[in-house]
Design a protein around this ligand. Structure first.
Ligand code: ARG
Length: 476
């Protein structure tokens, strides 16, 4: 559609004109169009541009700037544009620099002179900024909905895992056993903060900038409050320079998406490890794994790896756009057109990644025996032994040293920890019961802790929080 070699139909001379043709003697150079066009990526904003244009044209009629007949003929042309976009019959011209130009050009073809009034009191600066805000309001909620879908899978798998436990790690070294449910919900809570962040960002996205004009408002009796209410925005810009000259809400949305991507990358890395022969904690369903073109025995966790890998590119979307914004003088600068590709890319990749990881986790099989035997090393109960001594009046530092010495002896081949504990004058047979498989995890009883009773309480709170996150994402 931006192929500048494509011939223009003779009967569409309007299409060959730029929006600024009156001031210019010559037309735009091919290289200018090739370098500056945004239609190739801002086409997806068409529903938002149509919606913004409908509100604007109604505002023009309310202000008495156009007649009701003119308004209706523009509205019906916009309906035709929407129908053509949906059916794929909308014809783009090489001179359509962006989606806004294309739609206004088509409206003018359809509505004649009335179409020529659509852009009254409006600039593409407030128009495109409005479109992206409308788009963000819709798409960020879609992301929130996808996040809650993943959280539901984590919750279901947590519930179904019962009292299954696995090693908990710090420094990726086995530390203390934790319930599998506890581990899965840890990711669930982090994702909940992502939903909260998106919700908070939307307060700053949900501001109408239509009516700011190119940068300074208008001499016409337009009311930005009217179009803001028409478009369902929560608030209206206070300063026209700021309205068209700021993109911090986009940087913020990009950060929110980047944080989701980073959370997904951490889940991905874990599943890469869990599905190795070395860990063997989980097996992927065939539908969510890939094979090797050469090695017949392979089953690869590509979704998990790309959840990890794509986070890098999404971080690039954020940092690249931050660099674009830096040092820009008020108000609109064409540099801002560069907001769209990183935003669209981050949104697409995070949405796809959420869907893929959700399916992967929902369909995977846990090898609970592998998990539990990995967690059942005797030394995993070392902290329980030290705390057993603490309850009996031994200062923690001393208890730590006593148990540490026993661990050193057992690791050096001086007998099982259980036997050493049984024989120890300050510990003995009662304390030795703590070393038995499966006991340690039951002793994590504090609020938010990793044991069965604490996790049962946590599940109740997570379920309630998830209902709130899901209701909000679904617009309930
Ligand atoms: N495609 C442009 C953008 O996304 C529209 C605004 C162009 N405005 C201008 N004065 N050239 O930013």
């Amino acid at each position: 559609m931006t192929d500048s070699d494509a011939a223009l139909p003779d009967d569409h001379q309007l299409g060959a004109q730029t929006l600024w043709h009156g001031r210019f003697e010559g037309g735009p150079a091919e290289e200018l169009m090739a370098f500056t066009e945004s239609l190739s990526f801002d086409q997806r904003l068409w529903p938002d541009d149509v919606e913004g244009s409908r509100a604007h044209v109604r505002g023009l009629a309310t202000a008495g700037i156009i007649t009701e007949t003119e308004r209706d003929s523009v509205l019906s042309a916009l309906d035709t544009v929407a129908a053509e976009m949906v059916s794929g019959t909308f014809v783009f011209f090489p001179s359509d620099e962006d989606i806004h130009t294309a739609i206004e050009r088509r409206v003018t073809e359809l509505a004649g002179a009335a179409g020529g009034k659509l852009h009254t009191g409006r600039s593409r600066n407030d128009q495109s900024a409005t479109g992206v805000r409308l788009w963000l309001k819709r798409e960020l909620r879609v992301i929130a909905g996808r996040i809650t879908a993943l959280q539901h899978v984590l919750l279901d798998r947590a519930v179904e895992s019962g009292d299954t436990y696995l090693p908990g790690y710090t420094h990726l070294q086995r530390a203390q056993p934790v319930l599998l449910a506890h581990h899965l919900l840890a990711h669930g809570w982090a994702l909940g903060r992502d939903v909260d962040r998106i919700r908070d960002t939307l307060v700053r996205v949900d501001v109408s900038v239509l009516g700011a004009g190119a940068l300074a408002g208008s001499s016409l009796p337009l009311d930005p409050m009217v179009t803001a209410a028409d478009l369902g925005f929560g608030s209206v810009f206070e300063n026209s320079l700021d309205a068209v000259g700021s993109r911090d809400h986009i940087a913020e949305a990009l950060f929110d998406l980047t944080m989701v991507a980073i959370n997904l990358s951490r889940i991905g890395e874990e599943w890469v490890l869990w599905t190795t022969e070395e860990f063997g904690f989980a097996r992927l369903d065939d539908g969510y794994a890939t094979g090797s073109s050469m090695l017949p025995q392979k089953k690869n966790p590509d979704i998990a790896e790309l959840a990890r890998g794509k986070a890098g590119r999404i971080i690039g979307d954020l940092t690249g756009f931050l660099a674009t914004m830096k040092g820009l003088p008020l108000s609109y600068n064409r540099d801002y057109q560069e907001d769209k590709e990183p935003l669209f890319d981050a949104m697409d990749q995070v949405r796809l990644g959420l869907g893929a990881l959700t399916g992967m986790i929902a369909t995977a099989t846990f090898d609970t025996a592998r998990m539990q035997s990995a967690a059942d090393s005797e030394t995993g109960s070392a902290t329980d032994l030290a705390e057993w001594l603490v309850i009996r009046g031994v200062p923690f530092r001393e208890a730590h040293a006593i148990v540490g010495a026993l661990v050193r002896t057992t690791l050096a081949g001086g007998g099982s920890l259980r036997d050493l504990v049984t024989a120890h004058p300050q510990l003995g047979p009662d304390a030795a019961t703590l070393v038995a498989p499966g006991v340690s995890v039951t002793r994590r009883t504090t609020r938010g802790g990793a044991g069965p009773a604490a996790v049962a309480d946590q599940l109740v709170r997570f379920r309630a929080a998830l209902a709130r996150w899901s209701d909000w994402a679904a617009g309930r």
